[in-house]
Each structure stands twice: as structure tokens, then as C-alpha cells.
Ligand binder design. Structure first.
Ligand SMILES: Nc1nc2c(ncn2[C@@H]2O[C@H](COP(=O)(O)OP(=O)(O)OP(=O)(O)O)[C@@H](O)[C@H]2O)c(=O)[nH]1
Ligand SMILES: [Mg+2]
Length: 225
């Protein structure tokens, strides 16, 4: 039998399909300990609220493949540690080649909101480009009677820092679309920006500890923006 085009032997149809690389967007989630970073990332990537969490040590990776306007995109979420002692050796890794940043505070704890200034300073101190999209998330909105941070105050802060504000709850299942919207909004913005290079965790040498198995799920979601 004659060889195929270019000397390749004829094979199944799939071998002739062009190889499409999935783009990976690295999104880091930053904020005080206990604000609910792990629960928010769990809700987005796994679709549930974890029954129990421990303080994150180093970083936990979660990911979710989404489809935006026909393109499959892997959203790689870095759930960072809020406690200084669990993050200090990792900070450089958090910010390296980051594509987007999610700042989280707890609506029932004013100190987690006032500390945002410090988190933003840390981010700026790591030369994160102003073109890297940032959003602000007020979590634990289900605790209505305990709210300390008024929406108007959070909105003013978000505006001043050129961020979108999401007030939501990782715990309340009715809010799960709103949690998805945080990450989808960023993924849409990133897709619309200049082409980003494909890359994975190659070269990773950090001392990450994974508390839970990484959640890899897939969803076809329309752009919320
Ligand atoms: N009521 C309520 N509790 C929440 C919500 N999100 C998280 N929690 C609780 O808040 C506590 C801390 O949540 P985590 O997600 O572990 O907090 P974290 O920001 O990851 O903390 P570190 O890993 O130490 O930085 C846990 O007891 C959660 O159950 C929420 O939306 N509503
Ligand atoms: Mg955590």
C-alpha cells in the first residue's frame, strides 16, 4: 500500500485532525486567613461547599475547563494561604506569570476588608502588571445579621482600585452562579486580551501541599460579563 501524504502511513481520521492546545489561565486567590478562599475555589471547581477546611499551607491547585465562545480554556486556580507562616516561602510563586488576581474579604469581618490595602501592596510589590485583571470578592453574604462591611464602602474601594466587586457566599448554593461569574468574568476578559502563551506547571519547584485532591471539572458556560 502507498504511504500517505508526506510519507505518513494512512491512519484513523483522528490522526489528521489539527492538534488544538488548550490555553491555561492562572488565577490567584488572595486575602486574610479564614475569609473563605478555599471554599470559594472549591465551589467554582468542584461545585460544592466543603464540609470542613483546614488553613491552607502554601497553595492548593484546583482547575476547571470552561468553554468560552467555542474555545476550551483551562482555568487554573491557585488557592493561596492567608496565614503569613504558611505563605512566606511561596509568595514569589504566587505572583509569577499570574494572569488575574481575586482579592477576597469576609463581609462579617471589617479587619479583613481594611487589610486589603496590604494585599494590594504585596501584589503591586511583585511587579504585577496593571493590565492583569483584578476583582474584589466579599464572601459570607449568607450571614446577613453579622455584616460589618457595607456594600457602599466596598463599592467605593473597588472603584478606587479599578476592580469589579462581587458580594457572594461560597456556602449558599443559590449563590453558586455568582461564584462562577467571578472566575468566568476574568476568563472572558483574559480571552479578550492579547494572546496568552500556553503553559502549565512546568518548572514548578515549590513546596505546595495539597489538602484535597485537585478538582478537574468541565463546564460550558456563557460569558457573564
Ligand atoms: N457562613 C459562611 N461560612 C463560610 C463561607 N465561606 C467559608 N466559610 C467558612 O469560613 C471558614 C474558613 O474558610 P476557608 O475557605 O478555609 O478560609 P481560607 O480563606 O481558605 O483560609 P486560609 O486557608 O487560612 O487562608 C470555614 O469554617 C468555612 O466553612 C461562606 O460563604 N459562608
Ligand atoms: Mg484556605
Amino acid at each position: 500500500m502507498a504511504a500517505g501524504v508526506g510519507g505518513r502511513p494512512p491512519g484513523p481520521d483522528s490522526s489528521l485532525e489539527p492538534y488544538v492546545q488548550t490555553r491555561i489561565f492562572k488565577i490567584i486567590v488572595i486575602g486574610d486567613s479564614n475569609v473563605g478562599k478555599t471554599c470559594l475555589t472549591f465551589r467554582f471547581c468542584g461545585g460544592t461547599f466543603p464540609g470542613q477546611t483546614e488553613a491552607t499551607i502554601g497553595v492548593d491547585f484546583r482547575e476547571k475547563t470552561v468553554e468560552i465562545e467555542g474555545e476550551r480554556i483551562k482555568v487554573q486556580v491557585w488557592d493561596t494561604a492567608g496565614q503569613e507562616r504558611f505563605r512566606k516561602s511561596m509568595v514569589e510563586h504566587y505572583y509569577r506569570n499570574v494572569h488575574a488576581v481575586v482579592f477576597v474579604y469576609d463581609v462579617t469581618k471589617m479587619s479583613s476588608f481594611t487589610n486589603l490595602k496590604t494585599w494590594i501592596e504585596e501584589c503591586n510589590g511583585h511587579s504585577v502588571s496593571p493590565t492583569v485583571p483584578r476583582v474584589l470578592v466579599g464572601n459570607k453574604c449568607d450571614l446577613k445579621d453579622l455584616i460589618q462591611v457595607p456594600s457602599s464602602m466596598a463599592l467605593k474601594f473597588a472603584d478606587a482600585h479599578n476592580m469589579l466587586l462581587f458580594e457572594t457566599s461560597a456556602k449558599d448554593p443559590k449563590e453558586s452562579q455568582n461564584v462562577d461569574a467571578i472566575f468566568m468574568c476574568l476568563a472572558c476578559r483574559l480571552k479578550a486580551q492579547r494572546s496568552l502563551p500556553c503553559r502549565d506547571l512546568e518548572g514548578w519547584s515549590g513546596q505546595a501541599r495539597r489538602l484535597e485532591p485537585a478538582h478537574t471539572t468541565s463546564s460550558k458556560t456563557s460569558c457573564p460579563c
